[in-house]
Design a protein around this ligand. Structure first.
Ligand SMILES: Nc1ncnc2c1ncn2[C@@H]1O[C@H](COP(=O)(O)OP(=O)(O)OP(=O)(O)O)[C@@H](O)[C@H]1O
Ligand SMILES: C=C(C)CCOP(=O)(O)O
Length: 236
């Protein structure tokens, strides 16, 4: 899912992700956040319709989804599943939702896709973002190395399979933008690891590139060097 910064500025400015709906500022931020993300959702549905793809926009908040300390508490997917059976492509988005402890928070699209993967066990999952994949350090650093393959074990521990990194370069360092309310690339990797443990390969790659088209078709071969992206999969 790629929503860029849609919703994040509105949410972070008023602190919607931290809760506190009794405050007029948070309430207004909640509304502004939803206007932003639902507007983008409508644009995406319209763009897909122009290409002849019958998609339907679905908002987690409007579907009654809610959280408990930011973890999904109620997330009935029957409307999504029925829409798929009826031949529609459901398009969801990260949303401002009600939270049982905090009053309200921001539910990330990365958490939503993990929940749907747990329910539907797809062949693979693709995350499209604004960089080529997961790097060993923030890609703003010219020495950052793109990690092509990461394996996740049964305990959730993970190791970098490709490329082979030397000594003190074996970890991943992540930075998160100040306006980001859902944890940025860190959340993406954590949720991708949960999906990979289901036996579902996850591809993280850059939107609007040949690499994204190949990932969307499931045409990814990590042994060839011409695909740019990160594959996260379960250890064999
Ligand atoms: N180690 C890292 N590897 C890859 N990207 C990183 C790393 N550290 C920080 N980043 C930053 O993470 C950003 C992508 O994460 P982000 O959560 O913004 O993804 P998105 O899917 O594009 O946006 P959104 O989730 O808001 O729709 C990149 O712009 C990149 O600069
Ligand atoms: C409402 C917002 C800010 C959506 C956030 O969702 P994400 O960018 O997918 O983590």
């Amino acid at each position: 899912m790629l929503y860029g910064s849609f919703g994040h500025f509105q949410a972070s400015r008023s602190g919607v992700h931290k809760g506190g709906l009794h405050s007029t500022l948070v309430k207004a931020g909640f509304v502004a956040t939803r206007i932003s993300v639902t507007s983008l959702n409508q644009e995406i549905v319209r763009a897909l319709a122009r290409e002849g793809i019958p998609s339907v926009g679905m908002s987690p908040f409007a579907c009654g989804w809610s959280t408990q300390r930011r973890n999904l508490a109620s997330a009935n997917a029957s409307q999504i599943i029925e829409s798929l059976h009826a031949g529609f492509v459901p398009v969801l988005h990260g949303d401002a939702v009600l939270d049982e402890s905090l009053d309200c928070t921001i539910l990330s699209g990365d958490v939503i896709i993990r929940h749907l993967a747990q329910l539907l066990t797809p062949k693979y999952v693709v995350f499209l973002t604004d960089v080529h994949g997961v790097y060993d350090r923030p890609p703003t650093d010219p020495n950052a190395v793109l990690l092509k393959e990461i394996e996740v074990d049964d305990n959730g521990g993970w190791s970098i399979v490709k490329p082979a990194l030397q000594g003190n370069r074996k970890g991943v360092e992540i930075s998160v933008a100040a306006h980001d309310t859902t944890g940025g690339m860190e959340t993406k990797i954590l949720e991708a690891a949960v999906i990979a443990r289901l036996g579902v390969d996850v591809y993280i790659t850059k939107v609007d590139t040949e690499h994204s088209l190949r990932a969307l078709k499931g045409d990814v071969n990590t042994s060839s060097d011409d695909w740019l992206g990160t594959v996260i999969r379960a250890a064999k």
